[in-house]
Design a protein around this ligand. Structure first.
Ligand code: NDP
Length: 343
């Protein structure tokens, strides 16, 4: 089997030298284990955090260990009563051609939920994150205005589509005209602003003011940086911010000094939160998997009927995972980033 290990910890943006593709002995399932031939693996922004040796909500990947990540694949051997060869399952198999985990840590895929890749995106962890963060902490009410950045990614596109279905005005922020077109024409956003088209937070804020004539009631925070700086002064009294991610700052390390939009902004931002009596709620989706069945029951039929759409960006081959990941952190992905390893 093959796997990609963390060769060293990156400084700033990851580079090729931080990863190593290597051959490894085939995994052998023990009692209760299931062996899977991975067909598709997920690439997600959180993986950048696992490369740093900094205190966080999860342990870092050790040097020379397999990069962490979720994947789907076909069961090829099973010592667990719930799985038989030929089943498809999701598990945290890492960046590898094969995975072996106890059957009770795997999710058997239901063919009613569409292609197996749905378990990595729209009906997997990212879709669940968007659905949960919006409904639980966004507390949406029909007629309100919702702003979401990284609007065309698997989290943002779920947030925007659910927002529309709950009767909100939804304004996306995305990188480039093609992504903005996708947000409006495929995902049904009312408006979408290209953050590259504005030199600084002030220019982006002026455009947002026009796009959100009634102010902003919910800002679903995925990126931070310039977008956060632009959005905060436009928030209405009692506004909510589900704080989901801050991808613009991930390459700066946990508390990097040169983070875009961070310098000297703290007093202003803190004041905005105070005077507008905002509710800012950070969350980590792995704490909330008791709600995953509720999510599947709600979103599954919406996906099956085409009411919620998804777009995937598929790289080919395990060896191309590091490049696809570096690209994702820079916004080069067009939809949910997946790596295809096998049919
Ligand atoms: P995406 O597929 O949307 O990829 C990340 C996107 O971030 C890029 O495509 C890019 O979109 C945008 N981006 C990158 N750099 C910048 C920048 N400097 N300024 C503005 N935008 C930038 O990712 P996901 O949908 O998988 O994840 C979205 C967010 O949700 C991430 O922050 C992620 O860490 C977080 N998350 C949090 C979870 C939790 O439990 N709290 C769980 C899952 C995800 P564009 O080109 O449009 O700018």
């Amino acid at each position: 089997m093959q796997r990609i290990v963390l060769a060293r910890r990156p400084t700033g943006e990851p580079t090729d030298e931080d990863f190593r593709l290597e051959d490894a002995p085939m995994l052998v399932p023990g009692d209760g284990d299931v062996l899977v031939r991975v067909t598709h693996m997920s690439l997600d922004p959180y993986m950048r955090g696992r490369m740093d040796d900094a205190k966080s909500y999860a342990k870092p990947v050790e040097i020379d260990h397999t990069m962490e990540g979720g994947a789907v694949g076909e069961v090829i051997a099973s010592n667990h009563p719930n799985f038989t060869p030929g089943d498809f399952a999701f598990g945290m198999f890492g960046w590898a051609s094969h995975g072996c985990l106890p059957g009770n840590q795997l999710q058997k895929l239901d063919p009613a939920h569409g292609p197996v890749t749905n378990a990595l995106g729209v009906l997997g962890m990212p879709g669940f994150t968007g659905w949960f963060g919006l409904t639980e902490y966004g507390k949406p009410k029909a007629g309100e205005t919702l702003v979401v950045a990284a609007a065309t990614g698997p989290v943002g596109s779920m947030v925007g589509q659910m927002g529309k279905q709950l009767g909100l005005r939804v304004v996306g922020i995305a990188g480039g005209p093609d992504k903005c077109k996708l947000a409006k024409e495929t995902f049904g956003f009312d408006e979408c602003l290209d953050h590259y088209a504005y030199d600084d937070a002030k220019a982006l804020r002026d455009a947002l003011t026009k796009a959100c004539p009634d102010g902003i009631d919910i800002y679903f925070e995925n990126v931070a940086g310039k977008v956060l700086e632009a959005v905060l002064p436009l928030m209405n009294v009692g506004a909510r911010i589900p704080l989901c991610g801050m991808v613009a700052w991930y390459n700066a390390g946990a508390l990097g000094a040169n983070q875009q939009g961070a310098k000297d902004q703290l007093p202003k931002m803190w004041r905005s939160i105070l005077v507008n009596r905002m509710h800012v709620h950070g969350f980590i989706i792995s704490d909330h998997y008791d709600r995953y069945p509720t999510f599947l029951a709600d979103a599954g039929p919406r996906v099956a009927s085409g009411k919620i759409k998804s777009v995937e960006d598929i790289a080919e081959g395990l060896e191309n995972a590091p490049r696809a990941f570096m690209n994702l952190l820079k916004g080069g992905n067009f939809g949910k980033q997946i790596v295809k390893l096998a049919d």
